[in-house]
Design a protein around this ligand. Structure first.
Ligand SMILES: O=P(O)(O)OC[C@H]1O[C@](O)(CO)[C@@H](O)[C@@H]1O
Length: 536
């Protein structure tokens, strides 16, 4: 007996029916299978979930203790059991509450660091803090994973609110990344922020050294234009960054959940502390909703349950995230880390093999670009890809509102096409009108059939602002948490990234030729030999 049995049995009886028939049978379906909180509206009516299925899904959330686990998380219990840590990134966006860890109120220290960040951001923005060649014109954030993706994603999303220095990001250990960013900048007016929770990550530390050397070639005191964000203040000091420009945070903020913390400093400098506070406020509003709304009206819970329905129950292994909003272009990449690093686990919390599949592969691109690239497979491929559309009703450039209308029309058209499809009879009629007949008509028509009955959801906001963005990101964070609880896994560790890191360190001497690489497989050694020869 497994926790999905009831749902699997239900799905077996309904999986072949057409979602359109659900709409025909229930004129209120769109309202019944959607939920709203403040600025965020979630429509999941274009899925094969019916009232009985939804009830089973809510029962599952109840049975697996989602509410109790959520309360334990907000209470500072050490729910990240494999690392013995609390999970309290929410503390960094809600400065009204008192939050205790190990019986100690953590909020005064957070308020103090936030205040220092705000002062520093304002100093950079207003020119009170300068580079050795004058006012700071550019800020380079050096980080990777959660110390990069959150600030990049949010700074692109908040483009129309940015009035500070230009923001740049270096993440990849490929020197081309550092080269391409730094070569366009003036070291005398650039601030470098080294963002690394651990301050040991090889990519970040290597890029930080590169940036320091780049700056040292032009300014007398490179450290004076460096700032650091880390939980490891001893290491930031060893790197030579003075404590007044070091912003610490605690180990109960996971890397992929850290954009709210000092890791968001580059964003704060770009958009200013006021808009950064709105980003926090949107997320804090979503936190309150998550804590207070009944499960059946709770947006993060509903997003998670729809995900469980598609992945664990119906067996769809991937999910496409399709923002119809150019400024959410980096959201799919951000969600890839958030969801796949959190819920891509093969054992349950107690270490036993997971008896069901882990979280889905998440991928996507902004519409309408995706339409001209991979939507072909989504519409006519043999596998079903549940699609998650994100859409803002209004754009931010009034003079381009006619373009925005076209964008919105495309988004709605795609979810309608996925739902409705085009039958062979309809395709035949269209091709017959073009003059085709006989076997050729039949052949051509078959290529133009869309099976339809393909599920999608739509998350609608009125307009993209730091506030609505904050809510979207918190919504996804909590969705990942709920899915993790239902799957019985620890969403807050990431042991799966360790092996490759260790092997990379061991391979460096093989590539340099100072080690034979004893015990390595023939493929790895053969590749290393060729690379050595090419570099000689
Ligand atoms: O902030 P750090 O410590 O440099 O880590 C960067 C990233 O590396 C990871 O640990 C995975 O390799 C992520 O979880 C994290 O966001």
């Amino acid at each position: 007996m497994n926790r999905f049995d009831d749902l699997l049995a239900h799905a077996a009886t309904v999986k072949d029916r057409h979602i359109l028939d659900l709409f025909a049978a229930d004129p209120d379906r769109a309202a019944r299978f959607s939920a709203e909180f403040g600025s965020w509206f979630f429509d999941f009516s274009k899925t094969n979930i019916d009232a009985a299925g939804l009830k089973l899904l809510i029962d599952l959330a109840e049975k697996t203790g989602v509410a109790a686990r959520r309360d334990a998380m907000f209470a500072g219990e050490k729910i990240n059991e494999t690392e013995g840590r609390a999970v309290l990134h929410m503390a960094w966006r809600n400065f009204r509450d008192t939050i205790t860890v190990d019986g100690h109120d953590v909020m005064p220290a957070l308020r103090d660091t936030l205040g220092r960040m705000q002062d520093f951001a304002e100093d950079v923005r207003t020119g009170r803090f300068t580079g050795q060649g004058g006012r700071i014109t550019d800020v380079v954030n050096i980080g990777i994973g959660g110390s990069d993706l959150g600030p990049v994603m949010a700074s692109v999303a908040c483009t129309s609110f940015a009035d500070g220095p230009r923001l740049h990001f270096i993440s990849n250990v490929d020197g081309a990344h550092a080269h391409d960013v730094l070569s366009g900048l003036n070291p005398e007016t650039t601030l470098v922020i080294v963002a690394s929770k651990t301050f040991t990550t090889i990519e970040t530390m290597t890029n930080a050294e590169t940036a320091r050397a780049w700056m040292a070639a032009k300014v007398t005191d490179p450290a004076a234009q460096f700032s650091a964000i880390s939980t490891a203040t001893d290491r930031t000091a060893a790197f030579g960054i003075p404590p007044e420009r070091v912003f610490g945070f605690e180990d109960w903020v996971g890397g992929r959940y850290s954009v709210w913390s000092p890791i968001g400093l580059s964003l704060m400098i770009g958009i200013g502390p006021g808009y950064f506070a709105e980003f926090h406020a949107g997320a804090a509003a979503m936190d309150r909703h998550f804590r207070e709304a009944p499960l059946a009206e709770n947006l993060p819970v509903l997003l998670a349950l729809v995900g469980i329905w598609h992945n664990q129950v119906l067996g769809h292994a991937t999910r496409a995230v399709l923002p119809y909003e150019q400024r959410l272009a980096r959201l799919p990449a951000y969600l890839q880390q958030l969801e796949m690093e959190s819920n891509g686990k093969r054992v349950s919390m107690d270490g036993a093999d997971l008896p069901w599949h882990s979280g889905p592969v998440v991928w996507g691109e902004p519409g309408t670009n995706g339409q001209h690239a991979f939507y072909q497979l989504i519409h006519q491929g043999t596998r079903v890809v549940p699609c998650e559309f994100l859409l803002a009703a209004r754009g931010r450039e009034p003079y381009l509102e006619h373009q925005h209308l076209l964008l919105v029309a495309n988004c709605l058209a795609q979810s309608e096409a996925l739902l409705r499809g085009r039958s062979l009879a309809e395709a035949t009629e269209i091709m017959a009108k073009k003059g085709l007949t006989g076997a050729e008509l039949d052949r051509q028509a078959r290529h133009r059939v869309f099976p339809g009955n393909r599920p999608s959801t739509t998350l609608l906001i009125e307009v993209l602002t730091p506030f609505t963005l904050g809510g979207i990101v918190a919504l996804y964070e909590h969705r990942v948490f709920v899915e993790g609880v239902i799957l019985g896994i620890n969403s807050f560790d990431q042991w799966g990234v360790e092996l490759g890191k260790e092997l990379a360190l061991a391979l460096a001497p093989v590539l340099e030729g100072s080690s034979e690489g004893a015990g390595k497989d023939g493929s790895t050694l053969g590749l290393a030999r060729r690379i050595r020869a090419a570099r000689a």
